[in-house]
Design a protein around this ligand. Structure first.
Ligand SMILES: [Fe+2]
Ligand SMILES: [Fe+2]
Length: 313
């Protein structure tokens, strides 16, 4: 790494012992209030559909409990899966050997953060399950299925790169769940605190992966940038698209209210508000790509247009 890439990096994790959730803050526990939601209706795509909003209150509240489970399980699988696998990969001396010793060391701190996020998310899920008696729906998160599909379409030599870029995308997107959940006063306090603590750590990870991308992208040969760049919209959508299988399961649990869950879910994901939410959440990563000139490659630009991700964001 040259001087300009190195400069200004060190302060990033200098306060980690005092700032990191697992190193400096208590575990968030506490009583649940009967009048509060377990997840924010504003962050649950299903609540954009009029038939869901018109459902009996008990059904709506159960959908919100399942939405919390899906969010927490997503976090567990994401952090223990591709993100920490990427941290291990990058920590190897032979992978991105140009990364400074300091940046290699800090991967261990990110790894620790993510493992803690997984553990704390899982513990909250178990606590809510015990308190509400609502059993989680077993399912494989959509992003994992998509990631498997994307690996399968690439030669083995490119698969680590797909994983690396999936992690860059997921770590540079600050989703609504992290930023809006802590601010919704209608949601259980412990859920909001968990999201707020997580968001604080992710702010640091965002800065790290942004810097990593800024160093990595210009080092990649142009054909390799094109190769990975045209897959990036699918990587972004794998992370951001609402999990249709999970949503269908949630509604199918109430056959007396939702006769055709698949129809409601299909209509939900097509709603302009839901589609716009996906694009809005992609904005930080789109801006990062634009700043590094990724869209000056016509093939990359066309791929983003094809998937409805506006590159001017
Ligand atoms: Fe995390
Ligand atoms: Fe992270």
């Amino acid at each position: 790494m040259n001087q300009s890439e190195e400069s200004g990096y060190r302060p990033l994790f200098q306060q980690w012992d005092n700032r990191s959730w697992v190193r400096s803050k208590p575990r968030r526990t506490g009583a649940f209030a009967s009048e509060l939601h377990y997840f924010s209706p504003d962050l649950c795509p299903l609540f954009a559909h009029p038939e869901v909003r018109a459902a009996p209150e008990q059904v709506r509240e159960e959908i919100l409990v399942h939405s919390l489970y899906v969010y927490l399980e997503f976090t567990v699988q994401l952090e223990l899966g591709p993100v920490n696998e990427t941290c291990l990969m990058l920590h190897r001396p032979d992978f991105c050997p140009w990364l400074s010793a300091e940046m290699k060391e800090d991967l261990l701190r990110i790894y620790t953060d993510e493992a803690a996020h997984a553990e704390m998310s899982h513990t909250l899920l178990a606590t809510v399950r015990d308190h509400t008696g609502v059993e989680p729906i077993p399912h494989r998160p959509f992003f994992l299925q998509e990631l498997s599909r994307l690996y399968a379409t690439e030669l083995p030599v490119y698969r680590p790169l797909v994983k690396l870029f999936f992690s860059i995308v997921s770590e540079t997107l600050i989703t609504g769940s992290l930023t809006k959940l802590p601010k919704d006063p209608s949601v259980q306090r412990v859920v909001r605190e968990l999201a707020a603590d997580h968001a604080m750590d992710e702010g640091l990870h965002h800065a790290y992966f942004r810097r990593l991308f800024k160093s990595l992208w210009p080092k990649m040969p142009a054909p390799l940038r094109t190769k990975i760049g045209v897959v990036l919209p699918e990587i972004i959508l794998a992370f951001l698209r609402p999990d249709e299988a999970a949503m269908t399961h949630m509604l199918a649990g109430h056959p007396d209210v939702f006769e055709d869950p698949a129809r409601v879910v299909t209509e939900t994901v097509e709603l302009p508000r839901v589609r716009q939410g996906v694009v809005d959440n992609a904005t930080p990563t789109l801006r990062m790509l634009a700043q590094e000139g990724a869209f000056s490659d016509p093939a990359i630009s066309a791929a983003f247009d094809k998937h409805g991700l506006r590159r001017s964001a």
